[in-house]
Design a protein around this ligand. Structure first.
Ligand code: ZN
Ligand code: ZN
Length: 152
């Protein structure tokens, strides 16, 4: 936050209000995450199921839509939207090397791997990193416990 390093002087009342708001926010967020996790489970129903679903509907991947290669032995269906929607536009056929490249680039801004297990959808569209969220939450909690009046 931009206010970092600035000294805050709050009245006792403001501090209490702030803590209450924060608690509510955390509660709200927890609810969100729980809901999303369930929705996501229903949509996905397992990694293998998801992949056989691709093959059933669109056939075995036979080319790389990234580099145009058609000579490799094996191609994968890769989820490029991160949403695991059953929409063809959210998926790409990739060769091994493009798939590896894609996976490497598929990290959050803090370098956590955005595997299906580490991603949740916020408001149904935005991809969020669970690991970052965990860190953010524990920061909030620590600040609450410390009773700090500075938001970092
Ligand atoms: Zn390729
Ligand atoms: Zn992250």
């Amino acid at each position: 936050m931009t206010n970092k390093g600035k000294n805050w002087s709050w009245t006792e009342e403001q501090k209490i209000n702030f803590k209450e708001t924060l608690k509510k926010t955390i509660h709200h967020l927890k609810g969100k995450i729980g809901l999303d996790a369930n929705a996501y489970k229903g949509e996905l129903s397992g990694y293998d199921a998801k992949h056989s679903w691709n093959i059933r509907n669109w056939g075995i991947a036979t080319k790389c839509e990234e580099c145009g290669d058609t000579k490799c032995k094996k191609y994968d269906w890769a989820n490029i939207s991160g949403e695991y929607k059953r929409k063809r536009s959210g998926w790409k056929q990739l060769c091994r090397s493009c798939h590896t490249k894609f996976d490497k680039g598929n990290v959050c801004k803090n370098g956590h791997k955005l595997t299906p297990d580490n991603v949740y959808l916020y408001l149904g569209t935005q991809r969020h990193c669970r690991e970052c969220n965990r860190i953010r939450m524990s920061k909030y909690r620590t600040n609450l416990l410390k009773g700090d009046n500075e938001i970092s």
